[in-house]
Each structure stands twice: as structure tokens, then as C-alpha cells.
Design a protein around this ligand. Sequence first.
Ligand code: SF4
Ligand code: SF4
Length: 381
Amino acid sequence: MTTNSSGKKNLTTGRQPETLSDMLQRRGVSRRAFLKYAAMTASLMALPPTMANVMAANLARARRQSVIWLSFQECTGCTESLTRSMRPTLEDLIFDFISLDYHHTLQAVSGHAAEEARRNAMKENKGKYIVIVDGSVPIKDGGIYSMIAGMTNLQILEETVNDAFAVVAVGTCAAYGGLPHADPNPTGAVPISDLVKDKPLINLPGCPPIPEVMSGTLSYVLSFGKIPELDHLARPLSFYGETIHDRCYRRPFYDRGLFAKSFDDEGARKGWCLYELGCKGPVAYNSCATMKWNGGVSFPIQSGHGCLGCSEPNFWDMGGFYKPLSTGLGNMGSALAGAAVAGAALGGGSAWLARKHQGEYMKNLVDHEKDKAGQNSKKEN
Ligand code: SF4
Ligand code: SF4
């Protein structure tokens, strides 16, 4: 090994580590292909076209970014998702852009040797490495429900983020607690944001997150050395700035009040709106309707199923994936009919209704959490 990802001279060779540009040249990647990649990533991040050249110049000068990936209470779906990234591919990420110094699922070593690799990467890249976390952290009963090499998840997290540059919580479990946090939350699972307070934190929720959202966010951090603009839940605005409903191709049917009533009725066959079959698109902020999945092939609504709202907090506990937003969230039946009429006449009623749903949905989430907390404290008493 002749280089490391720290940007320091290699102790054995005395040489500076390669820049990304050097590495790409060595691997025979043309400048044209590289510029194309930069333009594509800039557009993924909704940056102005002029920023593609800046991104290309910054990326060309960049040295490999050290990344330590911690997996806690999760299903490995987030890693599975990243390995299906088309733009850039996982290979691009690992070989060209990042040095994945520690990853339970992908690394060859295990046990104490793996922990030593993690500590070495931390030492070599002090203050510069990025910690990616998937999964929530169990804190009940001393955190015994998930341990690695004799350490609880909380101990590993605290030790690893201490000298990190930034932390990225990928997936709904890391961002909000996810499935392990669902009622009755037997392990006391908490999101990373509850535990990491003194480092820049990016949440990339989704069950799993869209692969290009993960790879694009990492490329942005590497290009600009800072985290992208975030919303109130610490999600990059470029990927989570609009609801699924805002960009859904079935939206014209919603605006005209045309809803499928079952998954096999005439409305479903004609591609009508899935709102009444439980679609949570109006309150789910994510890029599925524009970026889609599997390299842009399709997304759940295009495949005939409503959005589950997986990029929002507590989506597992919201009373049923097939329950319309209007039921159990106050009586919105009449508001919906009103918006359909207004939508047909003005084209704007549905946007108003979506915002109204969002507000009521969030209020319901808060009420639900308060009820749960009240019940738990009664049980404890
Ligand atoms: S409710 Fe769902 S299916 Fe209907 S337009 Fe909105 S996102 Fe699309
Ligand atoms: S369509 Fe909805 S449930 Fe499906 S992945 Fe996107 S945000 Fe999650």
C-alpha cells in the first residue's frame, strides 16, 4: 500500500497520496467521462449547471475520503440499497472516491481485527473521517441487545464519532429509530440524532434510502468539504425538499378526484390516484417520484402500490399502511372532496390540501408520541 486516505505522506514511501484526478488517469478514465460524472452528480444535488465545473475541479483535487460505516439495529437493507447505486456505482465510490475503512457487512476481517482496523482509521484520519451509521441504538438495559466485540452500540458510536468530521445517519432506523423503535420499542431504540449532539449530522431516511441519495450526498461532501443544505429534520433539501405527491405522475387524477377504491378495480387499472388505498405521498418528503429506483426504472406508486411514507418519523406506528390519511387523522373526507373540486377548477386546491394534510399528520404524530409517553409512564408507575 503506497497511500492512505489521510492526506499525509505515506510513512514508508514518503510520497503524497494520489489525488482523485491522478487515480482516474491511472485507471484510464477519460476527462470527458469524469466531467460527465460531475455534471450528473451536480444535477442530482439540484445544483446550478455552472456548479458542475466547480464540482469537477474540487473532485479532481480531492484525496480519498476515509469512511467508517457502523451498523447497529438494522436489517442490512441500507447496505443492500447502496450496492445497487447506479450513479455513481458502489465500485466508483469505494475505488475512486472513498476509502471504506470499516464496514461490518462488506469487510473481510471480523471480530477484534476489524475493531483494530476501525481504530487505525480513526487515528490516521483524525478530524477528517466521515462516520456513516445505519440502524438505531438500543439503550435499554445497558444496551445489551446489540453488541460487537464486547462493546455496546452506544460505546462504539461514542468512541467513533469523537474525532469525526461529520456523521451521516442512513435509513429510517438511524434517522428516527425505525422498526426497532416501533411500539413497544422493546430494546429502547433511539435515533443517532438523540446521541450525537456536537458533530454535523445528515439524516438520509428511507426504508431503505434511495441509493443515489446516499452516493450523491457523499459526493457532495467530498467535493465541497461541507454538508449540503438541510431541512428541519436534517435531510438534504435537494433530495427531501418536496413530497412524493408534489411530483407524482398520478397527481392529475388526485386533482380531478379520481381515486382507485381497490387494487384491482377499474380505477386502479386506469392508473388513478391511490390516496384512498392508503397512499402517504402527500406527507412523505423524498425523491422517489423523480429519481425512482433501480436506475430510474420505476417507483412504488408506478408499480401500483401507495407510498408508505417511509422517509417520515414513526411511519411504522401510524395505524396501517392501507388506511387513508383522511381516516384516523381527523375527518378530511369533506376537505378532500372540496380540494378535488377546487383542483379541477383552479389546479391549486390539491397543493393546499397536501399542506393541510402535512400539518395535521405532524400534529397527529406529536399527539401519538405524547399518548405513548403517557401510557409508558403509567406502566412504570
Ligand atoms: S395520493 Fe399518492 S398516488 Fe395519489 S397523487 Fe398523491 S402521491 Fe400520487
Ligand atoms: S414511495 Fe414512499 S414508501 Fe416508497 S420508498 Fe418512496 S418514500 Fe418510501
